[in-house]
Design a protein around this ligand. Sequence first.
Ligand code: HEM
Length: 390
Amino acid sequence: MSTPPHTHSSGKCPVTGASGADPHAFCPAQEGDSRAPCPAMNSMANHGYLPRDGKGVTADIIVDALMAAFRLSKPLAWALTHGALLLLDQGSAPFELHDLARHNKVEHNASLYHPNAGPREEYAPLHGDAALLKEFFATSKDGRVMTAEDVARVRVRREAATPIDFVHAELARGEMAIVLNMFNNPDAALHDEGVPLQPRSSVSSFVRSLFGYKDTGANRQLDGVPIERMQYWFEHERLPPDWTPYHETTLLETIGTINRLRSAMSAMRKTGEGQVQGEGEVEAEDTAKAPAKSVEVEAAKVGQHEEEDVSDDENAGGVPSLSHSRSATSETFSLPPTPQTSQFVTPPLASKGKGVDGIATTNDLEPRIIGKELRELEEIGSEQVVGVVA
Ligand code: HEM
């Protein structure tokens, strides 16, 4: 993939210079850059996987970027991109990220942490809403990770407040299905604290048991994404420093999680677990359920990151953050400014069978002779392939 030049609309990057040594160093949007209501697209632009000014974007550029930045499989990256661009209905000409905010094309109401579009607005707001975000994480049952069930609970609530059509409801599930599969690196410490591992199908478990394999918190993805990691990504549109693209996120895996979200949502609707409420209100029941390690505690931890980041800001001359908004003045998150310089370097992609930074991949943990077959068995056995993928 050819790396887009490290420039913004102004023609240069004020943080890393016009030709930074690291083409994927983080740099938030600058005045005149174009951004989308999508944390993935924006973070790829902020790291230079997409053009940093968010303009002149094509399907091929997005597919390559999704594979390089997030390690999506090619079929998933292709289906996601072409599905979205079909809905956007702008033909195949290059477009800018803000085009994705056109309401009721790909963008929809009842988002997790973006406000709804106004009744006559052609473009939806790009900024996140701090109250919605707080409400989102307060829904975590264990206060440590967001699971598919936690996300389903929020989606039920958001769609009860603002109903959306089936296609957009599937899209909304698809967005979070990828997040859930992408950011769930193994974590022995969290597993010791009770966070379960991602479930395997009985077929896969049986075959693995024949070969004596045992899943542990150190070698198997968690069944959930740490709140702190997800929150950092949403708020800063920056690749989380504690994350490595541990495994490839596949199309089948994503369809499986979409199905899981859909089933959980329909079960919750039957039991009345979702509640209608206005935007920004924290549902009392869910908040009451939130355990000792609450969102405030998590927020405080993120705050620690911010303290370091703010000093980066000072070094960089305190350029105001445009993260999550099109203009410097429309920032809704009441958070410290997004850092302008970054020590964080996107980790290199794991080569096949080798982990990033020495972390073993699934391939390392299974004999080559059965590794691929096991994964296929797992994918086919665990989920019926139903539904549309975003
Ligand atoms: C790694 C791949 C991707 C991930 C993990 C991802 C994740 C997300 C998430 C979590 C949201 C929800 C924000 C919210 O509810 O407030 C979102 C929204 C959105 N994404 Fe992405 N996305 C990905 C790729 C894409 C691509 C390829 C496109 C289009 C080319 C796209 C377009 C959008 C749009 C238009 C929205 C706004 C939808 C809304 O109104 O909530 N995304 N994305």
